[in-house]
Design a binder for this molecule. Sequence first.
Ligand code: N01
Length: 485
Amino acid sequence: MTGARQLRLAVIGAGASGLMALIRLREAGFQDVTIYEKAETLGGTWRDNRYPGVTCDVPSHGYRYSFEPNAEWSRVCAPGDEILDYLKNVARKYDLERSIRFGEEVSSARWCDGRWEIETTSGPQGAFDAVVTATGVLHHPNYPDIPGIDTFEGDAFHTARWKDGLSLKGKRVGVIGTGSTATQITGALVPEVAHYALFQRTAQWIAPLPQGPIPEEQKALFRERPDLLQAEYERISHENNSKFAAAIVGANPRAYEKLVQVCRDYLETSVRDPELRAKLTPTYAVGCKRLILSENFYEAIQHPNAELVTDRIERIEGRGIRTADGRLHELDVIVFATGFDTHKLMRPMEARGQDGRTLDDVWAEGNRGYLAVTVPGFPNWFMIGGPNSPIGNFSWLLTAENQFGYALKLIQRLARGNVSEIAPKREASRRFNEQIREALPGTVWATGCSSWYIDRHGNIASWPWTFEKFEADMSEPQWDDFEMA
Ligand code: N01
C-alpha cells in the first residue's frame, strides 16, 4: 500500500470468517494483522462440531469461499471434517498461521486515545487501529435447565463438546433436542446403538436434501473446467437466495408455498405410522424455526432401535431421564443437542467504547448496530455477523465475504490517512433499526414460534430482506451515515 498509513489490526476468531478477513486484508496491503483465537487450532464451528453425522446442509459447491473453488468435495453436502480440512488447506496456501495467536481469548477491548487496547487471557496485547470481530453466532453451547442434570452416572455432553473416542456402539443413547444438529446425529447414530431415544419438545419441519457422494467423473470434470465449477457455485447461491431466502422474508410467496408443500409431502410420504406422523407434525409455519434439511431423519426415527419421546422431561436421574408420564428412560449416554446462545455474539469479552460504555450496556435491551457491521460509539470496530446479520438466510461464507468487503472499505478509508476514527451516526443506526422493526413482521420468523432467532427481549436477530438488498447495502458505505474524525 503506497502512500497509505500502515494500520495495526486485530481480528478476533480464526474460524471461516476470520481467516477470510486475514486473506483479504493482506491482499489489500495490510501486513500488520493479528488474529486472536481462543482455541489451539483454527476452524471455528467446523473445529468445535465433531458429532456423528455432522455435515453442512448447504451443498458444498455453494459453501466455500468465492475465491477458493474446490473440485474435490466428496459429497453433495460435505462432512464437517472435510470442510475443516478445506479451511486448513486454505490457511496453508495463504500462510495464515503465522498471523494467528492460538490459545488467546480476548477478554477486553477498550477504546483509549483513538485506538483499541486489547487484552487477552495472557495479558495486554497493546493498541490497535481497528478491530474486526469474527466470533461467529452459533458457538456458546446452551445447556438445558433440567433438574438433576449433574446426577447422571453415564457420559453426558453437549453436541459441540463431543467426547472424542467414545464408542456408542451397543449403548443406550438419549438425545435431547430436535434441531439440525439432533437430526443429523439421529441419521448417523441410530443404526449403531442398542437403543436411541430422541427427546422432542417441539416438532420441526424438514425439507429433503439429497446429500450423496459426488461421482469421480463429476470431480474430474470440475477439475478440468473451472468455468463449470464457478457456474455451479453461482447456481447454488442463486437458487438459495432467490427461492429459500426470499421465501422466508416474504419476498417470494410462490417459492414459499412450494416449500410448504415440499415439507408436508415429505413428512406424509416418509412416515407410515399416523401416530408417529402426528407427533412429528409441527404446529407452526414452515421456516419459522430454522428449516431442517435432511435425507435420512424420517427413515432413522422409524428404525426399530429408535424411539421418539414426546412426554415432557421431568428430571435427569443417575440411570437416565424421567419423563412426566413417570417412565424412566434408562440410558448410558445423554447428548444435549440443545443449541446455542446465539445472542451472546463476541461476549463474554468486555468491549468498552468511546464514552466508556460497554457493549453489554449498549445492548442491554438487545443487540443493535448499523447494517450489522458497526455500532455507534465504537469507532473502528467492525463486525462480521453483528446484530441482524443474515443468519439462516444465505450461506454464512457469502454473508461474511460481503460484510467484510464493506468493512474493508471503511478500513481502507482509515488507511488513507486523513481520517483516524470511523463510527456510524446514532441517527443512521436508529433509522436502520426502525426499518428492521418495520420489515420483521413480514417475515416467517415472526409468525409465532420460539427459535434461536429470537432473543430474550423478543427481538428477532436476523436480516429481514432479500439477498439483493443485502448485496446492495454492502456494496459501498453510505459515507454520510458515518462520523469521521
Ligand atoms: O440447535 P437448535 P441446533 N428441553 O436451537 C431443544 C446450525 N446448524 O444445534 O424447539 C428440551 O436449532 C429445542 O427445543 P424447542 C443451524 O443454523 C447447521 O440443532 O426450543 N429440549 C430444539 O429442539 C441450526 O439451526 C448445520 O422446543 C430443549 C433443540 O433443543 C443451528 O445450527 C448443522 C431444551 C435446539 O435446536 C442450531 O442447531 C447443525 C430443553 N430444556 C446446526 N432446550 C449445518 O448443516 C433446548 N431444547 C450447516
